[in-house]
Design a protein around this ligand. Sequence first.
Ligand code: SF4
Length: 472
Amino acid sequence: MMQGFILRLPKFRRLPVVPVRIGNETRRLPEDSAIARQGEVDKGSFLTRTEITLQAAGDWLQRRQELIRRVQWGFVLMYYFLLIAPALLPQPMNRAEIFSTLAGFAEIVFWGIWWPGVILCMLLFGQFWCGVFCPDGTLTEWVSRHGRGGKIPAWVRWRGWPLLAFSVVVVYEHLLNAHQAPRAMLVSLGGASLLALGCGYFFGRGKRVWCRYLCPVSSMFSLLARCAIFHFKVDRPTWDNAPKPLPRGIDCPPLLDVRRLRSNEKCSMCGRCSGHRNAVKLAARWPGREVVNMAPNEIRLFDAFAVCFVLIGLCYGALHGRSPGVVALLQSGMPGLAIKNAFLAAALGMTLIAAWLGSFSALLLLVAAQGRFRHALHLAYALIPLAGLGLFSGALEHSFALLAQAGFSVAEARSLVTGVCVASGGIWSFCIARQIIRNWSGRHYFAQGIFSILLAILGSAYFFVSAEILAL
Ligand code: SF4
């Protein structure tokens, strides 16, 4: 069955088109697209050209699910080949061989291109990677169609699993330097794929239970996507008043209630709901509006903890916990705690950096909120852009290290890219914080000042990052 699936080429079916007046122009659009069903569109007052293009892009995704499925299977093959084959071949003896082995090629693809690219796309455009390309998502959904289709148990829905799993994977990968060890990488990424398969087999019927409740990276991607520019926007009155006969329900892979969709948090941007009842469309928004407009019951201590202690603290600590300076400090400087084992010292270094940065961020947020706990929690979401771009520039350290090994001079480019990331992340975070603070009573300038100090300290930490760990 699989073989037939691969060999068949995608058929590009020409869709019937109808003329639609958009302002002064007439365009020919597929007759089942949401724009065509709307009939004449007044470009000047209702839809701008960008909005029309985005809506058409969302409709395209919805109509081309068969093509997307084939692309997904292509990604599945490529992903597992690059994950499994290097682990089965003889391991490279030194870093000089990296550009002449399959293991090196896999390292470049996974950690030099894929990981930084995915982080940036999450922050800017939302979780398109998950809905359109992710190999684990494709597998878990496919297995789920043929599996036992069981009810989702309550323990699976526990919110802490993805964050816990992400923390374990980050520490594991940085302690074992799994980026450079194909077998260690197979254990972590391959292990996640096996769990995704098992989850798809046991729970849900044709849905992505794994992606919704358990995927380790979903804990960070959900946070980053809240600030993204694109989202699927639902017009509730149009949805509720849609004329009969109503279309069939939406096959939403992460089991969302699309009618009440307000957040990008769990939407994997697969596009299957686009145009439904003429009420759902891909749209652009001010990047941060979702965070600013959060209702009090949507603000969670859990998310604020994830931002301060994991997205900022642990991700930073993982990169620096093994740096020689930190390890030497721990081995020599703690009275009564002589750590002779470098592995333990590195683990302790990561933990201490994560705890220190997280606590420091939380404390300054509380000061900025003038002691009001819920305000401080809300303000924590404003740190997402700086933390996301800090994570991105941290991931780029690996890309720059690979370029340096290939003989390129990267020092200036690295400083420039990191500087641009930190500066734009800081400005973006500050704009969001300013709008949040504007809705508070009390001293606005004080809150903005303290938040700016926090941004400056975190930005400096990201900027003066040391790449020496990557050369270990
Ligand atoms: S709401 Fe569901 S169906 Fe619609 S794009 Fe998001 S994940 Fe896909």
